[in-house]
Write a protein that binds this ligand. Sequence first.
Ligand code: ATP
Length: 440
Amino acid sequence: MTAPNIETIVSLAKRRGFVFPSSEIYGGLGSAWDYGPLGVELCNNVKQAWWRWMVYERDDIEGLDSSIILNRLVWKYSGHEDTFSDPLVDCRECNTRLRADKLTDGKCPNCGSKNLTEPRPFNLMFQTHVGATAEDDPSSLVYLRPETAQGIFINFANVLTTSRRKLPFGVAQIGKSFRNEVTPGNFIFRTREFEQMEMEYFVKPGEDESTHQEWIDACYNWFTSLGIAANNLRLYEQPKEELAHYAKRTVDIQYRFFPEREEDERQWDELMGIANRTDFDLRTHSKKPEDAEGKRLNPDSTEDLSYFDEANKERFYPYVIEPAAGVNRTVLSVLMDAYSEKTNDKGETRVILKLHPSLAPIKAAILPLAKNKPEIVGMAKAIKRSLQPSLRAVYDDTGGIGKLYARQDDRDTWEQERVKVADLQEHLLKRLLANGKSIL
Ligand code: ATP
């Protein structure tokens, strides 16, 4: 069973402390959400699972954490200043602002009118100013990054030299990105502030197509390894007209975020994109490439980001394969997929989240059978203390054992143990460590 719709998850997430509407006591802020005690653990577990799979378990990937605010020239040469926009239309009847490319029948979804303005580009980058300068001083203008990828490209030479890597290799980064979305919504699916997990994999031209396919397969398998049902995942080949200007091929992994919609095609939306970005990025940020008249295409860069292949004594700009996923959309798909209902003998139904052990917010609950027996309480607390440096463990003795179990079910705790035997600590640790790769 999966959640019947996103709305079910919105109320569950608030009730249990996963996600709260942001700034609620001041009336909220459209499409901004805060992650509560269980939500922050779940997000961290998603990021840790990705980092472990991407960086630790492979031999060819390094990590990076670049700035959110970069030199404005990065966004000039990446093309974002000119092209990172959505086509915006206004409804002349009800003044709603809409994304022209998301209208299915050319009608305003708010009032049904077809009286819409012509589409015009709306740049999605948030602007701010650095330093104690006047707001209208153009030299102080900077952007909040709309993707983490550019921070990787501008550090290509730094990582290459310091890590002494040879192609193929990749650089992974997790961090916040910001887009002034025209139509945010659907809970944490589309927000203006969100978190991305991106990896740029650098390969020799000619090896790009097969590497791209390998990453598409690997990413799909990663999502199923997190417990997401294969029938709620599908691959979507972007048609030529949808491709970004730099992309040779892009395949999205889509999740069935909208199971309540009648038409199957409308049930799916993007969870992750895997793009073949060609050599566009390293070339555009390099000082060397010239046009037909010998004029530098990038007169501002101080570095050439080409690669010298010792074996063949040739120099070229590597191609880039980019798997890019959203932390928040992954969290949403994980919550929807883990949703199930349990009905007891009395006919009462409770929601249980069957999360994969590696993602469960709380790994172990230590619940003593009797709180008035010092030897049991002492042992229980000692077990909690021994577990807590390596995993999220909780101790609770504020109710009868049945109530304590039910409470932990509600908190989606992965493992619960009764404290009553002297060798329990060892037994429990063994059980947890048996799955150590995914929980520690
Ligand atoms: P969309 O078509 O849904 O706007 P995109 O193709 O622009 O997404 P990418 O630029 O490929 O998205 O970003 C990579 C990933 O970042 C997406 O697959 C998604 O998981 C996540 N993402 C992008 N925009 C948002 C957003 N506004 N809110 C939450 N996650 C986002």
